[in-house]
Design a protein around this ligand. Structure first.
Ligand code: SF4
Ligand SMILES: [Zn+2]
Length: 286
């Protein structure tokens, strides 16, 4: 196995992430940034990179972290432990909030109700992440999306014939409503294998289990397909990403938002997705 120089590799990772931050103006003076932390490698690297950027750059901004507990037995608790340990080490305040606190049930209790458990999980997680960030006065939510995640999402839009989702691509999304906190993706140009390597090389304690429901998703199939292709044809993922970057524009579709009549959160259509789904779930559970 090729020996990797730790300092050189860390510099490469930091340069990659810092370049994305400055090239796309992800962080501005006075920003309050909320980092979505699952405890996995991507979110822990994001946490460390933003902490280091805070110390090394001239930009003044604050950092907080939020961890959503979906309620997945044998899986999520380790993630929360990793989120707590890593935020404590860096002195970043952490908020943990669960599906159960909000809706009265864990993801495990509703996992069989949909073809893919990722569907209700995604709706609820996005909802909570935004709600908590808004309550905390965050200007931006930083997520751990890496280069592989972005090309998976890109291909998923074709597989689903849903190119409307193009507006969610790119390292920085615009604020489209005062109560919708926009996302930034500092790891946007960093391949997933380098995120993993960074954790190993630096002996970072992370939660590296696969979610027991992940196999039910289209994303998992596309990820496997891309990894298979990459084994055969090295560099194919980077090529897909580069062509995506060439065609990608930061243009976001204009959507008129209103307030949800049930929960009073911003939504394209009232009741919001989360409230509509909750109603559906309650009927299915009764
Ligand atoms: S893999 Fe699916 S069910 Fe598991 S945490 Fe991710 S979105 Fe939720
Ligand atoms: Zn609602």
């Amino acid at each position: 196995m090729m020996k990797i120089d730790k300092d050189e590799f860390n510099k490469y990772v930091e340069d990659n992430v810092f370049n994305t931050i400055s090239e796309y103006n992800l962080i501005e003076d006075g920003d309050n940034i909320m980092i979505g932390v699952s405890g996995g490698k991507d979110s822990i690297l994001t946490l460390n990179m933003l902490h280091s950027y805070q110390q090394k750059s001239d930009i003044n901004f604050t950092l907080k972290a939020v961890c959503i507990d979906e309620g997945i037995a044998g899986y999520r608790n380790d993630g929360i432990k990793s989120a707590k340990e890593n935020t404590k080490k860096l002195g970043i305040p952490l908020i943990v909030h669960s599906f159960k606190d909000t809706w009265g049930y864990d993801l495990d209790e509703i996992s069989d109700l949909y073809k893919s458990t990722c569907m209700p999980c995604g709706v609820y997680r996005r909802y909570l992440l935004n709600k908590i960030s808004d309550e905390q006065g965050a200007d931006k939510i930083a997520t751990g999306h890496n280069l592989d995640d972005e090309i998976q999402s890109f291909l998923m839009t074709f597989a689903r014939n849903d190119q409307n989702k193009f507006s969610k691509f790119g390292p920085k999304l615009k604020r489209i409503h005062p109560k919708m906190t926009p996302r930034i993706k500092p790891l946007w140009q960093l391949p997933e294998k380098d995120v993993g390597l960074w954790c190993v090389i630096n002996d970072i304690e992370i939660h590296d289990m696969e979610c027991p429901y992940s196999q039910t998703s289209l994303r998992a199939d596309i990820k496997m397909f891309l990894n298979m292709l990459e084994e055969e044809k090295k560099g194919i993922k980077q090529n897909i990403f580069n062509s995506f970057k060439k065609t990608f524009t930061q243009k976001q579709s204009e959507v008129e938002l209103c307030m949800c009549e049930i929960c009073n959160q911003a939504t394209a259509q009232s009741p919001c997705n989360a409230c509509r789904m909750t109603d559906e779930i309650k009927k299915m559970l009764s």
